[in-house]
Design a protein around this ligand. Structure first.
Ligand code: OSB
Ligand code: MG
Length: 356
């Protein structure tokens, strides 16, 4: 699927997405999930191709013919496979959708969600010029989005933030570095402090908890971890060691709803604010992110936005829409609450495997 606008981060530029969807038949109903792995191993070690291989050769055989009462049991069944969280997360999420449909309840209610409307923010990629960035920010603010996140990298950091802050003194503003800096850059990152950012997301190495502990000690601005949080144990360590003050939750990065719910409860117990991240998902992954964002602990606006920001035509019906107040309203249909458009999915599909 071609993105409406290419998306650039410190680790690369994405123009087209290759999206791996998982459709499961369980207990007489059909559930849908999306594996959020990227095209290359640049955000995390997984890719859409490794996920395909792991799903087919290792995850599916663990579930084949197994009886289970609830999707919450699936995470443990998949435990023999180490890592490959995005492959697991897509499969596990599809089974949660199936369970909700079987019980004829919206997935967000099955999960224990409490919000009928979630707050929406945007993630804006790195632009060639400041004028382009400014135009993008103005567009999103006038659409009503509640907070602006811009991607930064060395050489495109202090100046764009300073100029945006001058122009918009009172918006909720944050940056995401996607691991582009090293601890030696602490003095540079401290130059962001005067701009009272909500947070700096994942400044250091994708697996570097220790570095973030050292950096957070030198910063007033909260660090938010994204890439580093790939399990309950990493979330626990990050919180206990003060490696961050805020956590970005991604269903795929942690391996599905079961670990996401455990991390959610941990964050609530420690009063660590959470928000839901995004991975340039199609409508199916987007619908799951919306359901997850209804949990009590998701107290900050997430990177969960309307379909039209990404796609000319999304693969769900209806598409995800935002209210003028920068929120997304939940549906009360069973499961994820949006219908996959099978005709369009069929037309876009380049590869298909049926496992039984
Ligand atoms: O770091 O949050 C990130 C997109 C792809 C990979 C990593 C990230 C992102 C985004 C975009 O920031 C979030 C979205 O709008 O889907
Ligand atoms: Mg991020």
């Amino acid at each position: 699927m071609r993105l409406v606008t290419p998306f650039e981060t410190s680790f690369g530029r994405t123009t087209d997405r290759r999206i791996l969807l998982i459709e499961v038949e369980a207990g007489g109903v059909t559930g849908w999930g999306e594996c959020v792995a990227g095209e290359g191993p640049f955000y995390s070690p997984e890719t859409v191709d490794t996920a395909w291989l792991i799903l087919e050769n290792y995850l599916w055989p663990l579930l084949k013919g197994r009886e289970f009462e609830a999707a919450s049991e699936v995470w443990l069944l998949l435990e023999p496979v180490r890592g490959h969280n995005m492959a697991k997360g897509g499969l596990e999420a599809a089974l949660w959708d199936a369970e909700a449909k079987q019980k004829a309840v919206p997935l967000w209610r099955l999960l224990g969600g409490v919000r009928e409307e979630i707050a929406s923010g945007v993630s804006i990629g790195i632009k060639a010029t400041f004028d382009e960035l400014l135009a993008a920010v103005e567009k999103e603010l006038s659409a009503g989005y509640q907070r602006i996140k811009i991607k930064i990298k060395p050489g495109q950091d202090i100046e764009p933030v300073e100029r945006l802050r001058q122009r918009f003194p009172s918006i909720k503003l944050m940056v995401d570095a996607n691991s582009a800096y090293r601890i030696e850059d602490a003095p540079l990152l401290r130059r962001l402090e005067p701009f009272y950012l909500m947070m700096i997301e994942q400044p250091l190495g994708w697996d570097d908890l220790f570095g973030h502990v050292a950096l957070q000690r030198q910063l007033q601005t909260p660090i938010c971890l994204d890439e580093c949080i790939h399990s309950f144990e990493h979330a626990h360590a990050a919180i206990d060691l003060n490696a961050c003050r805020i956590i970005n939750m991604k269903l795929g990065r942690v391996g599905g709803y079961t670990p996401a719910l455990a991390i959610h409860d941990l964050c609530r117990a420690h009063q660590v604010p959470l928000w839901c991240g995004g991975m340039l998902e199609s409508g199916i992954g987007r619908a799951h992110n919306i359901a997850l964002s209804t949990l009590q602990g998701f107290s900050l606006p997430g990177d969960v936005t309307a379909s039209r920001r990404y796609w000319e035509q999304d693969i769900i019906e209806p598409e995800v829409e935002m209210t003028p107040l920068g929120t997304i309203r939940l549906h009360n249909h069973p499961g994820i609450g949006y219908q996959p458009r099978q005709d369009l999915i069929e037309k876009l599909a380049v590869r298909k495997a049926v496992l039984s």
